[in-house]
Design a protein around this ligand. Structure first.
Ligand code: ADP
Ligand code: MG
Length: 298
């Protein structure tokens, strides 16, 4: 109902003074990040829909490095539009899982699908086409220190080689507005706070309008206020652009705020997967041990 009201209000306010529209946008932004929004019918519809399309699927994936087994028989699937949280101890293979999905690392055995297309056998050219559907927020932001904010966000666009300078400028401004960092184009990463750097990392991941966003520990090292801000950004992107997200995180507060489903990586495979509600209520020993901090690094 509230979602409908905001839509209707926006229609009515069309044609009014820009300042009033700005005010409405602020109200809407606050609402989008609020508990009321998450509990709205629109959101519940997404959460309760059991007929969702599978976007990503891992089937019995195996990966080792120089004889050291890291992933052995990993299977899971991610639904269209959901935020799928992956948790697990340090060194359990969370980042490796994201890299396998992007084809940045080859699998030893098993299958990785994106929209029913088997991607682990594709050549680099075809993989690059698939990668355009993904935005990656790397662990530790991974911004280029010698480049300005503008150049960092524009980087994936230059790589695509299909936009002119004007278009790139427009897209960069648009993405910086999404992460609430307008007018930072000429700054360098060193000029920004940790939280701002993470948000620039998100803006860069958004540059190519991805269908899927992969976040690798996007709140690591941030204070609670900035963690909260990134979490709300993740929620807003899901709500505004209907993106599918995989979030790797250590932060249980983030899991409770943004997850639709939660997967626990343990013993080289998915040890548990369930909805957020199930995760919060389950008696599963692995989950309870992890939440209580009794499952250490592998
Ligand atoms: N490129 C690589 N070469 C060799 N070992 C790697 C490589 N990438 C990851 N590993 C190893 O795989 C394991 C899982 O790593 P990672 O996925 O980064 O863990 P995390 O769950 O903390 O993200 C670790 O033991 C790590 O040392
Ligand atoms: Mg990692």
């Amino acid at each position: 109902m509230k979602d409908f009201m905001f839509g209707a209000m926006r229609q009515i306010l069309r044609g009014l003074a820009p300042r009033k529209i700005l005010l409405l946008k602020r109200v809407e932004k606050t609402y989008l990040g609020s508990k009321a929004c998450r509990e709205s019918r629109c959101f519940q519809g997404l959460r309760n829909n059991t007929n969702m399309t599978t976007v990503i699927e891992f089937k019995n994936v195996v990966k080792s490095f120089e004889g050291k087994s890291v992933i052995d028989g990993m299977s899971f699937s991610v639904n269209q539009g959901e935020t799928f949280c992956v948790i697990g101890g340090s060194g359990t293979g969370k980042s490796v899982t994201l890299k396998l999905l992007l084809g940045l690392l080859p699998v030893d055995a098993g299958e990785v699908y994106f929209k029913e297309q088997l991607i682990n056998d594709l050549d680099e050219l075809k993989l690059n086409r698939i990668r355009q559907s993904f935005g990656m927020v790397f662990q530790g932001s991974a911004l280029f220190d010698s480049m300005t904010v503008f150049e960092n966000v524009a980087y994936p666009l230059y790589e695509l080689n299909k936009y002119n300078d004007e278009e790139i400028e427009r897209i960069v401004r648009e993405k910086l507005a999404v992460v609430d960092l307008v007018d930072t184009e000429d700054l360098y990463p060193a000029d920004l706070s940790g939280g701002m750097r993470k948000r620039i990392g998100v803006a860069r991941a958004l540059a190519t309008d991805p269908q899927v966003i992969l976040y690798d520990e996007p709140t690591a090292g941030l204070d609670p206020a900035n963690v909260n801000r990134i979490d709300h950004l993740i929620l807003n992107l899901q709500k505004r652009f209907a993106v599918t997200s995989i979030l790797v995180t250590h932060n249980m507060e983030s899991v409770y705020r943004v997850a639709d489903r939660v997967a626990l990586l343990h013993n080289k495979k998915i040890g548990y997967v369930g909805t957020l509600k199930d995760f919060q209520n389950t008696a599963n020993v692995l989950v309870r041990q992890f939440v209580d901090g009794e499952l250490g690094a592998e």
